[in-house]
Every structure is written in structure tokens, then in C-alpha cells.
Write a new protein. Structure first.
Length: 236
């Protein structure tokens, strides 16, 4: 069977459709505005520290918002019956999935990038934090999009996983390095928190970047395989 033509332009068009659609939804704006508002409030506080604000955005707000926006995935398309319009076009299933995840990633990164600029700091720190936000957005959106494909209640599982990440990342040793949170912190060059955090030896930023890239690629590949073998039924 010959591959469908012009998949990337069609997928980008479908991604733009979801971005425009999301801009009209208060449910999309609310968590994004909350990230920027939180950064602004912390910035004008009496003890404003750019690193602490960046840590709040990158390690707490970004994963949570990525879960809220990415777990819907194709399930929301089926429920809203917008998947019908995608099937009308010669667009492969995997590209529909990637376009939906790309739209979620665009929202998450735009909000977090704005919050990190509001957080302040010198230019080098801001650029480093933006790079960490880009890597973290890719990884978390890929993982939560996959959970949305595999599970009936991905949000509950996502919350449980984020809770595990939050607790395990403070444990010295190899356990912390099994969390995305630890590697995002290393890429952003953020200081460790608490007594246990001070006992950790952070991984090299390049090694953490490799881990983030590997997790992103593995989650996207698994989602690609699952969506190609899943029966998608659009209700009439």
C-alpha cells in the first residue's frame, strides 16, 4: 500500500485547527493563565528568586498542565466527533495523533515560556530555562498522550505518577534518576531543594537531555503503534 501523500502539511493543518479550537475554550485558557499568573505573583513577592520561580513553573506547573491538556487526545476527538473531519482528509491515523499532541504541546510551552520570561533572571538563565521547558513539554505531553490512548481514566493515573515523581525525585540515589523531574532540573541547572535534595548528585545535563529525548521518542513510538492498531469508532 502506498503511503498517503503530503502527510506533514495536512498534520500541521490539523494541529492548527486544534490550536484555534483550544483558543476558544475557557478550559484551555484557565490552566495556562494560571501558570503565568502564578509566576507574576511570585515575581512581585518580597522574596522573588528567579530560580525558585523557574522551579515552580518547570517542576510543578508544567507537568500538571501537560497532563490536563494531553490526556484527552483522540478520546476527546471521538466524543466531540471532530475525528470525522480528520478521516475525510487523506491523513494517516498516526499523524492525527501527532497533530493532537503537538497542539497540546504548543499551549503548554507557550504558557511556560511566558511564565519563565516573567520570572526574570539573566539572559543565559532564561535561555537555559526555556530549553528545559521545551524538553519537559515534549516528554510530558508524549507520556500523557500515550496514557490517554491506553487508559480509561488517564487523569487519575497521571496524578498518581506525578505524585510518585514528586516524592521519588527527593530520594538520593538511583531512584531519583528514574523521574523526569530530576532530569528537567538538571537541564535547567536548578538547585536541589531540602535536606535530601542536597545529598543528591545531579546527572550531567547532556545525559539528562538524552534521557528526556529517549522517553519522548519511546512514548511517541508506542502511541504511534497503538493508534495504528486501535479501532476508532466515531458515534453517529
Amino acid at each position: 500500500m502506498r503511503p498517503l501523500p503530503q502527510q506533514l502539511p495536512l498534520a500541521l493543518g490539523w494541529m492548527r485547527f486544534h490550536i484555534a479550537r483550544g483558543l476558544r475554550r475557557p478550559g484551555t485558557w484557565a490552566p495556562l493563565a494560571a501558570i503565568v499568573g502564578l509566576a507574576a505573583l511570585l515575581r512581585v513577592g518580597p522574596r522573588a528568586d528567579p530560580d525558585e520561580i523557574a522551579a515552580t513553573v518547570l517542576l510543578l506547573a508544567l507537568p500538571l498542565v501537560a497532563m490536563l491538556l494531553a490526556t484527552g487526545g483522540l478520546r476527546e476527538e471521538v466524543e466531540d466527533q471532530t475525528l470525522t473531519y480528520a478521516f475525510i482528509r487523506p491523513l494517516g491515523r498516526a499523524w492525527i495523533y501527532f497533530a493532537r499532541a503537538g497542539a497540546a504541546a504548543a499551549f503548554v510551552f507557550a504558557a511556560c515560556a511566558t511564565a519563565l520570561v516573567v520570572a526574570g533572571g539573566n539572559a543565559i538563565e532564561v535561555v537555559r530555562h526555556l530549553g528545559a521547558a521545551l524538553a519537559a513539554t515534549a516528554a510530558y505531553v508524549a507520556v500523557f498522550s500515550l496514557l490517554g490512548l491506553l487508559l480509561r481514566r488517564p487523569t487519575l493515573t497521571g496524578l498518581a505518577w506525578l505524585g510518585w515523581e514528586l516524592s521519588a525525585s527527593d530520594v538520593p540515589g538511583f531512584l531519583a534518576k528514574l523521574t523526569l523531574r530530576t532530569h528537567v532540573r538538571a537541564i535547567a541547572d536548578l538547585p536541589a531543594e531540602g535536606i535530601l535534595g542536597a545529598l543528591q548528585s545531579p546527572p550531567p545535563p547532556l545525559a539528562s537531555l538524552g534521557v528526556i529525548a529517549a522517553v519522548t521518542a519511546a512514548a511517541l513510538a508506542a502511541g504511534h503503534w497503538r493508534v495504528r492498531h486501535r479501532e476508532l469508532v466515531v458515534p453517529k
